[in-house]
Design a binder for this molecule. Structure first.
Ligand code: GTP
Ligand code: MG
Length: 444
């Protein structure tokens, strides 16, 4: 990839629309734009000002009337000279505009290259670039808000002071080694441990925010299971607030998995309604039951539904045991409007009347956690790097406790620093950069 080239791409989605934007970035942006546009009067490129122009073909025929905006370096998205041409949103016009720009000296942009340039030019760091992608891909407003905070630099703001402490410790030990003859006292083990502890704690706390961050970023899959007729499909419909699954009083109504995505408090949740589980039925139902078990295995969270209007049965408890082994589950006692049974640990609801549903929703999406400060991490990449760093610090702790020479200890500390740098992009290898920006689309 040549980063000196001026690049061009359509930055709006495919298809027809009111307007479509072609973006040019690089030193030649204005020159190239001038070749494909006709301005009504001799044109001065005033930055951050919109101007009207005609997009013309090589014979001077007008193809479209466009609005052109020039963003002067470094105050542009890429921190380079950048020209945005807003055409009418016709795919043929947009493609024509890009082709003309390409023939006039621009290169077609690679996926994510606009954002990559912003990063390489130092306008944003890596977590911010990744957050731009998340912002564009957000499916709920809450996800967008979290991504927007990260675009503002919320992740780096939390990491910076931790890195600072680590650098200070490294400097302390380096000084001890470099100036061993010059009477600079070598740091005693207690001093090193005293400085290591807060670094380890801060990184561990940050890594732990991923539990919640993952939920925000990817949402979760939720399976609703239980015996036939306990009201799974009714609960499913109630949680979705739509009549999606068939409900009847006949046990064995649901035969196959039914799934639908809805957001609870901004977290996208894929609800899966399943066939009621009971032994020895016809072939179709047996196959459906197999799928129910599979859905439970695939889910991040399972709602195990009991019917409060009937005594708990052996099948109920067997299913609950199964769910416990699979991971996170919530026990739900349904039909509380007519039921009198008490089930230990269950949230009582009525899918029919809506009673208890809000409480259940709050249990599904742990809103309480969101009130924590905004600097949580949502990226698997960040989590893995934090874990690497924490491991290296644990090594450093051991080395200190065993009185291992500081040269060796420093190796561990550098090993802890590298992943932190990789998060913010201070020292990131090209292959990692390529991997990150390849997940962008062209034009971003
Ligand atoms: N009174 C009362 N009836 C309910 C409630 N929830 C469901 N029902 C009734 O229970 C019957 C079974 O409901 P479904 O939602 O089809 O039950 P299911 O668990 O999906 O059943 P299968 O798909 O056969 O496994 C229907 O007649 C519902 O109207 C509730 O909270 N209260
Ligand atoms: Mg059903």
């Amino acid at each position: 990839m040549q980063l000196r080239d001026t690049i061009v791409a359509i930055s709006t989605p495919h298809g027809r629309s009111g307007i479509g934007v072609v973006r040019l970035s690089g030193a030649e942006s204005r020159t190239i734009a001038s070749k494909i546009l006709h301005f009504p009067a001799p044109h001065e490129w005033h930055p951050w000002t919109a101007a009207l122009a005609d997009l013309v073909d090589t014979d001077g025929n007008v193809i479209d009337q466009v609005v052109v905006t020039f963003f002067a370096a470094p105050r542009s998205y890429t921190a380079e000279d950048l020209v945005e041409i807003s055409c009418h949103g016709s795919p043929v016009v947009l493609r024509f505009c890009v082709e003309r720009a390409a023939k006039s000296g621009a290169r077609l942009a690679e996926p994510g290259e606009f954002t990559l340039r912003a990063f390489l030019n130092g306008r944003i760091d890596l977590p911010q670039a990744e957050a731009v992608r998340d912002l564009i891909e957000a499916t709920t407003l809450y996800q967008a808000r979290v991504a927007a905070q990260q675009v503002e630099g919320s992740v780096s703001r939390r990491i910076r002071p931790i890195k600072e402490q680590l650098l200070e410790l490294i400097a302390l030990l380096e000084a001890g080694i470099d100036f061993a003859e010059d009477d600079v006292s070598v740091a005693p083990a207690e001093e090193i441990l005293r400085r290591l502890t807060p670094i380890e704690q801060a990184l561990t706390a940050l890594a732990a925010t991923f539990d919640y961050g993952k939920l925000v970023h990817s949402g979760l899959t939720l399976a609703i299971v239980g015996r036939p007729n306990v009201g799974k499909s009714s609960l499913f419909n109630r949680l979705l607030e739509q009549d999606r699954a068939i409900v009847t009083e006949i046990p064995g109504t649901t035969r196959d998995l039914v799934s639908e995505v809805a957001a609870i408090d901004g977290i996208p949740i894929k609800f899966v309604d399943t066939a009621g589980i009971r032994p020895g039925q016809d072939l179709v139902e047996t196959l459906g039951i197999e799928r129910s078990y599979q859905a439970m295995a695939d889910a991040d969270l399972t709602l195990v539904v009991f019917d409060l209007s009937e005594p708990v049965q052996a099948e109920d408890t067997a299913l609950l045991e199964h769910a416990k082994q699979q991971g996170r589950y919530i026990l739900v006692g349904n039909k509380s409007d007519i039921g009198t049974m008490h089930v230990e640990g269950a949230i009582n609801v009525s899918a029919l009347s809506g009673y208890g549903i809000d409480e259940l929703r709050r249990k599904i999406a742990p809103v309480a956690a969101r009130e924590q400060d905004s600097g949580f991490i949502t990226s698997v990449r960040h989590e893995q790097l934090l874990r690497e760093s924490i491991e290296a610090l644990a090594q450093a702790r051991k080395a200190t406790e065993f009185g291992i020479p500081h040269e060796m200890l420093l190796l561990d500390l550098y090993a802890a620093l590298r992943p932190i740098d990789a998060i913010t992009g201070a020292t990131t290898a090209d292959d990692i950069l390529n991997r990150i920006f390849a997940t962008f689309c062209i034009g971003k």
